[in-house]
Design a protein around this ligand. Sequence first.
Ligand code: C5P
Length: 233
Amino acid sequence: MNRDVIIACDFSSKEATLEFLDRFSGRKPFVKIGMELFYAAGPDIVREVKARGHKVFLDLKLHDIPNTVKKAMKVLSELDVDMTNVHAAGTVAMMRAAVEGLTRPDGTRPLLIAVTQLTSTGEDAMQKELLIDSSINDTIVHYARNAKEAGLDGVVCSPLEAGMVKAACGGEFLAVTPGIRFADAAADDQVRITTPARALDLGSDFIVVGRPITAAPDPVAAYNRCLVDFLAG
Ligand code: C5P
């Protein structure tokens, strides 16, 4: 069973990231490296975090023509990450190319998931600016089906959408869900939020937790609280 808590390490330097990870002397958390850290610290930060024994979700959300995505994924496959992603809006052809590029000569590859609609995109903006006439839920489910058809392992969505994605694509299709907050904490800029325990009930496979852990007075305790609620729950 895959279920795990992923810490979004949204730091701007290698030093800040490693100083943060040094606090975790027991279980090594699954770490998400996003654009800010990757662009600031380069591929070396991935190698360093992997060498310290962490699993890595490289969250670069690729979206380009299929040939470019395939070649970029081939480079990323050599970084030995455990999970990475693309935008489903790049089409089934682009997602297929991503799978091809990511697959190593021995046939193995990291988990590959697709962003359906960003949680920052509301239905109104999607319909008026992107000219998508469907509801946001129908769009998310349709994009998830496209990702499945292309051979991907799952999608990034809010926990509130995990159930409908699973209903459409099957229980094995992964729901990787940010937007996690403790019941007694601030929402920050996240809108569609749930607690770790509720995310588990809703069918999330991986919860992505940033500020509730990174900005906590005791990040290790906050991480352990997520583990208890989400893994042991
Ligand atoms: O600090 P917080 O828990 O809100 O961090 C959530 C993380 O998940 C951030 O790294 C954010 O970029 C990422 N994310 C998100 N919504 C998406 C995709 C990624 O919040 N749809």
